[in-house]
Ligand binder design. Structure first.
Ligand SMILES: [Zn+2]
Length: 319
């Protein structure tokens, strides 16, 4: 039997046909027809599924399920409350796709899907309780609890990026103040570093690299210079690490997971990121005396995590 995974994004729809072991056999991607609205996007997903079945030379009956990871919030049946990038609000995605395709369809938030992928083939393989934190433009989260993906009673949980961990000098996109995302995303790191550069009291190679064009600043540059001990970069990264460690400490105190995996663009800072977090997180963990059981490591799957996790969702829901 085979499974299809769809990674639905605001700019691109990526799809893959996988065997039961989670290996991708065929892959396709198309531009998301956002301006064609909900119906247009549903049709495009169905066409992509047909194309994958045709590429593999399979009968439709050989496909056991289609999973879709979405950039938004939905319930267990695949009713989407909101997907900002797609301009969707309250649309019955699961129901509509089941109608058009005549196959079992499972839908989940993309961060949860990425956690399922890590739990199937990546950093959280065979882990019973694990948490994936994605550090990118924003901060996302996916929970695997007792071996299953968990996003709460109404599909509104595991929003780790919106844990309130302090007071910040600007509000989060969600309207709250002090969300983890406003301290520990690439966006937050760049924003804070810019404010330090504007203060002007520090020595930094960043000034030479940017030649006064602050718009070119990115998280990679900041982490790379922090590794070399640059003054501004170090100050900015230290603040980033402090708040991420508070967030991780909260997660450990709440869930006591076996593994917390860090993914997303910022995780490319690699062992430097892990070692910095390890050095800081102990301050925020309730049980300080014994050895810390929860391991913090890098996520392993990159671009294909969305496809793999979406396809494997079927297995997680059926067993
Ligand atoms: Zn928020």
């Amino acid at each position: 039997m085979y499974r299809i995974g769809i990674d639905l994004g605001g700019t691109e729809i990526k799809g893959g046909l996988l065997n039961e072991e989670g290996e991708i056999l065929h892959k396709v991607s198309v531009t998301t027809p956002v301006t064609d609205g909900f119906e247009g996007v549903c049709k495009r997903i169905a066409e992509l599924v047909d194309e994958l079945i045709k590429m593999a030379g399979l009968q439709r009956e050989s496909v056991k399920s289609v999973g879709v990871g979405i950039p938004g919030l939905c319930d267990e049946r695949g009713f989407v409350y909101i997907a900002v990038n797609l301009y969707w609000e309250n649309v019955p995605l699961g129901e509509r796709l089941r109608q058009i395709m005549g196959l079992p369809v499972y839908i989940e938030n993309d961060a949860t899907v990425a956690a399922i992928a890590e739990a199937t083939k990546g950093s959280m393989k065979e882990v019973i309780n694990g948490v994936l934190i994605t550090l990118g433009t924003g901060v996302g989260g996916g929970l695997i609890l007792q071996g299953r993906a968990y996003s709460g009673n109404h599909g509104l949980g595991s929003e780790l990026g919106h844990m309130i961990i302090g007071e910040n000098d600007y509000n989060c996109n969600c309207g709250s103040n002090g969300c983890l995302e406003t301290f520990a995303s690439a966006t937050a790191l760049v924003k804070y570093t810019k404010s330090l550069l504007k203060e002007g009291n520090f020595n930094s190679k960043l000034r030479h690299q940017l030649k006064d064009n602050l718009e070119d600043l990115n998280a990679k540059m900041i982490f790379d210079l922090a590794k070399e001990g640059d003054e501004i970069a170090t100050k900015a990264v230290n603040r980033f690490i402090k708040y991420l460690a508070i967030g991780i400490g909260n997660i450990i105190n709440l869930l006591d997971p076996e593994i917390i995996a860090l993914g997303g663009g910022v995780s490319k800072a690699g062992s430097f990121l892990i070692e910095s977090i390890e050095a800081e997180v102990g301050k925020y963990v309730f049980f300080k005396k014994g050895k810390r059981h929860c391991k913090i490591r890098l996520a392993e799957l990159e671009n294909d995590a969305g496809i793999i996790g979406a396809a494997m969702m079927g297995i997680k829901r059926e067993d």
